[in-house]
Design a binder for this molecule. Structure first.
Ligand code: GDD
Length: 397
């Protein structure tokens, strides 16, 4: 992959957020070493296919899924590079049709035809919750059950990734209609993780466009409203601390993202759809320098956050305005309750939420659930219990 090299960034303590960069060539060939060059006035970095493959071999690609169409999931799975380990975490209905059974049959077919490695679990399997509790993830499985939610599925998937001994974890939604987009996202994860100069690294995708049919024409919209709102408030927090206005954050809600396990095992995660924006909030809170960090080794190093604009359009299931406004509200709730959020930003969040009718005047936003992540995971015990869970499936492992 040939990728534009970011030449500007913002710093918040140890967190280095690079400005948005573009994919120049999705495939830049096998040859040569990873190298920078100025081409047509742009600083670009060639990451050879061999380097990308080196990351893919050590990366889990997580597919959280909840009642998505079988054909669409099949396309998503086909877009994940062969050497990545697929981790499917399903919250799909099991009655009257066992959708999880259909999903694992898809994985079975793919794994048998290709020899690739995959693991699947069902989020609501009591055996999986028991494994989480046995592995020390007490808050993920209170009362013997894992709650519904995308963030919850992601924490579970990170525990599986850790147990498999992999070094990186990436996420792709199961409702993406374009397998080529999934492929480009995962290649971009690998390129970004390869370019990171720190063991603590994250790559967040900003798709170039989201096509919609309007009045019979295909229109390629640039930013969704949820992203605009979330990015605005995250940038506001950043500029309140640095004293300089910024718009560097373009990927506050990025569902498509990846990180090194060195970073993942030091972060807390929010439940539901607050999960992605909260990753920024958590990095600011723990590693911004305003508060003492439980992981001072990160503060002595840095976290490289790359934001990459990909080429494929992002074409996914449209779940309606209520769904979108719910995601927006969850993101703002999580920011509001963080100790890193200045009072001035809290007041603006309240004004916005009141304007949306999402809170009553007087504004007491709900606190989203925050999980301890996989800090303190006993992966040996987790793995031992997980393999006994009814819904646990492993292919070619
Ligand atoms: N296992 C599991 N459990 N999967 C879930 C759950 C759950 O409770 N809820 C949703 N999913 C799966 C969906 O099936 C889909 O594959 C993926 O998670 C994303 O959920 P959607 O409900 O389709 O989200 P979206 O498309 O509206 O929003 C996506 O993009 C946003 C950025 O634009 C998500 O990735 C958001 O998290 C992201 O902020």
């Amino acid at each position: 992959m040939r990728i534009e090299y970011p030449h500007r960034h913002e710093r918040f303590g140890a967190v280095r957020i690079h400005e948005l960069t573009q994919v120049i060539e999705i495939d830049s060939g096998l040859g040569g070493a990873a190298e920078q060059a100025v081409i047509g006035g742009r600083r670009v970095h060639h990451v050879p296919a061999t380097a990308i493959n080196g990351i893919e071999r050590r990366m889990a690609v997580v597919v959280p899924t909840k009642n998505e169409r079988r054909k669409v999931i099949e396309g998503v799975l086909s877009g994940i590079p062969h050497d990545c380990t697929i981790v499917l975490v399903s919250a799909s209905a099991r009655e009257p049709i066992d959708r999880y059974g259909l999903e694992t049959a898809l994985l079975d077919d793919l794994a048998s035809a290709t020899g690739r490695t995959a693991v699947a679990v069902h989020q609501f399997d009591p055996g999986v919750a028991a494994a989480a509790a046995a592995g020390g993830l007490i808050d993920l499985a209170p009362d013997g059950a894992i709650a519904p939610g995308k963030g919850e599925a992601m924490v579970l998937a990170m525990a599986i990734t850790e147990t498999l001994g992999l070094d990186h974890v990436g996420f792709v939604d199961a409702d993406n209609y374009i397998p080529g987009a999934v492929h480009e996202y995962t290649k971009s994860y690998a390129a970004g993780l390869h370019l990171a100069t720190s063991a603590f690294a994250m790559v967040r995708i900003s798709w170039q466009s989201k096509p919609k049919v309007t009045d019979g024409r295909l229109v390629f919209n640039r930013w969704g409203r949820t992203s605009q709102v979330t990015n605005h408030f995250l940038n506001l927090v950043l500029s309140t601390y640095t004293g300089f206005g910024t718009e560097v954050i373009k990927t506050g809600n990025s569902g498509e993202h990846a990180m090194s396990m060195e970073l993942a095992r030091r972060l807390r995660f929010a439940g539901g759809y607050a999960v992605e924006p909260f990753e920024f909030v958590e990095m600011f809170e723990q590693f911004g320098g305003a508060f003492a960090s439980p992981h001072p080794e990160v503060n002595r190093s840095l976290i490289d956050v790359f934001q990459v604009e990909t080429r494929n359009p992002h074409f996914h299931e449209d779940k309606g305005e209520n769904h979108v406004s719910g995601m927006r509200t969850q993101a703002l709730h999580a920011l509001f309750h963080s100790k890193v959020c200045p009072d001035s930003v809290r007041a603006e969040i309240c004004e916005f939420l009141e304007g949306e009718g999402a809170v009553q005047p007087g504004c007491e936003p709900r606190a989203e659930t925050i999980y301890n992540g996989i800090v303190g995971l006993d992966s040996e015990r987790f793995g031992r219990y997980l393999t006994k869970a009814d819904t646990f499936r492993a292919f070619n492992r």
